[in-house]
Design a protein around this ligand. Structure first.
Ligand SMILES: Nc1ncnc2c1ncn2[C@@H]1O[C@H](COP(=O)(O)OP(=O)(O)OP(=O)(O)O)[C@@H](O)[C@H]1O
Ligand SMILES: [Mg+2]
Length: 351
């Protein structure tokens, strides 16, 4: 049975429905990422978990026990927020020990636990520093140590890296992730960045429109998105139109048909076709593939993205080692045996 369960959570603010039936489960010692656009209710859901907000309907269970009636302090959840919310007038060590001291831990026991936490987040030697004497990344590690010191049952992290510069963000992300794994704590990590979600989440719940649009591993969401919304949110996607013939092939243009993956039965009728850039290649325009004109090329180090405008006006992004000149004619075809092209019933998203 899952360690943490949310069942059919509903929450509105006035007329606005923010959460319209959220059910999720997290296994012990795993990290679940809540990913979603701004305003999708990620923070609201964390606040409901922590007990700061009451849902109109639904249950929160830990280890089989309904905690809905418990006050925040009794739930024993640790929290790390976007803004470090460290106490500026206390030292690093005093910040880390704050929650413990508030519960009556003192003397050698307090010192020893704070020392352990300092080791854990690799800040041994920084205990006497004032908060303004350490960097933003270090401050976020202090916030993590402070949240973990009282040994919470679940750790909630709300955009813990968004105050950091991009370079520091990636390094701090790896440090936080490694601490979570070492401690073996059950965590819920909120972000609106796909890369961060993929990097830290054992599983990811993509939230939009008050609902979980898809729950799965990073690979599930990327390779087997259940809707165009999910596909667009987690990676580069090009969209083409075609007509399914009911056998798993889709006709895109006279004489051009591709084998596609999909959920459920092979599509028959109008479909939208997702193509990931790394699942396609450029070929000779005379090869019987879709034909288009190279509009842009973008070298990104490990590959080059080539943007091709097809005859009908659709833009397709393809990764390529060979870089064609702009305005040349090229053919585009799928590599085959890859997650995309993937077909979606026409009208299953807002395209
Ligand atoms: N206390 C409140 N009173 C009224 N509306 C609220 C309240 N808290 C949140 N909302 C609204 O609920 C919606 C969801 O907010 P929430 O903060 O949960 O989104 P989020 O997914 O965390 O967004 P972000 O990525 O910007 O942090 C927003 O439209 C917000 O304005
Ligand atoms: Mg938020």
């Amino acid at each position: 049975m899952s360690f943490l369960r949310l069942d059919d959570i509903h929450k509105s603010f006035g007329e606005q429905v923010v959460l319209a039936g959220i059910s999720l489960a997290v296994e012990e010692a795993q990290t679940l990422v809540l990913l979603g656009p701004s305003g999708s209710g990620k923070t609201t859901l964390l606040r409901i978990l922590a007990g700061f907000e009451r849902p109109e309907r639904g249950r929160v269970e830990i280890d089989g026990r309904d905690v809905g009636g418990l006050k925040p302090a009794r739930r024993n959840f640790g929290m790390v927020f976007q803004h470090y919310a460290l106490f500026p007038h206390l030292t690093v060590a005093q910040n880390i020990g704050f929650g413990l001291a508030a519960r009556g831990t003192k003397g050698p026991e307090l010192d020893s636990r704070v020392g352990e936490m300092l080791e854990l987040v690799e800040l041994a030697g920084f205990e006497a520093r004032a908060i303004h004497e350490i960097s933003g990344g270090q401050q976020q590690r202090v916030a993590l140590a402070r949240a973990l010191a009282p040994a919470p049952r679940v750790l909630l992290l709300d955009e813990p890296l968004s105050n950091l510069d991009p370079g520091l963000r990636e390094r701090t992300r790896r440090q936080l992730r490694s601490v979570l794994r070492r401690v073996g704590i059950t965590a819920i990590w909120v972000t609106h960045e796909q890369q961060e979600a993929f990097d830290v989440g054992d599983r990811i719940a993509l939230l939009d429109d008050g609902r979980v649009q898809q729950l799965g591993t990073a690979e599930d969401l990327y390779a087997r998105p259940v809707s165009p919304f999910v596909a667009d949110f987690v990676g580069h996607s090009s969209w083409l139109r075609g007509r399914g013939d009911g056998t798993g092939r889709v006709v895109l243009a006279p004489g051009v048909s591709w084998e596609v993956s999909c959920d459920g039965d092979p599509p028959a009728g109008e479909v939208d076709i997702l193509l990931r850039p790394e699942d396609a290649r450029l070929v000779d325009p005379a090869a019987g593939a879709l034909v288009g004109t190279v509009r842009q090329t973008r070298f990104v180090g490990h590959t080059t993205y080539v943007e091709v405008e097809l005859a009908g006006g659709a833009l397709v992004l393809v990764t390529s080692v060979h870089v064609p000149a702009r305005e040349t004619k090229v053919g585009v075809e799928p590599l085959g045996g890859r997650p995309s092209p993937r077909a979606f019933e026409r009208g299953s998203g807002d395209r």
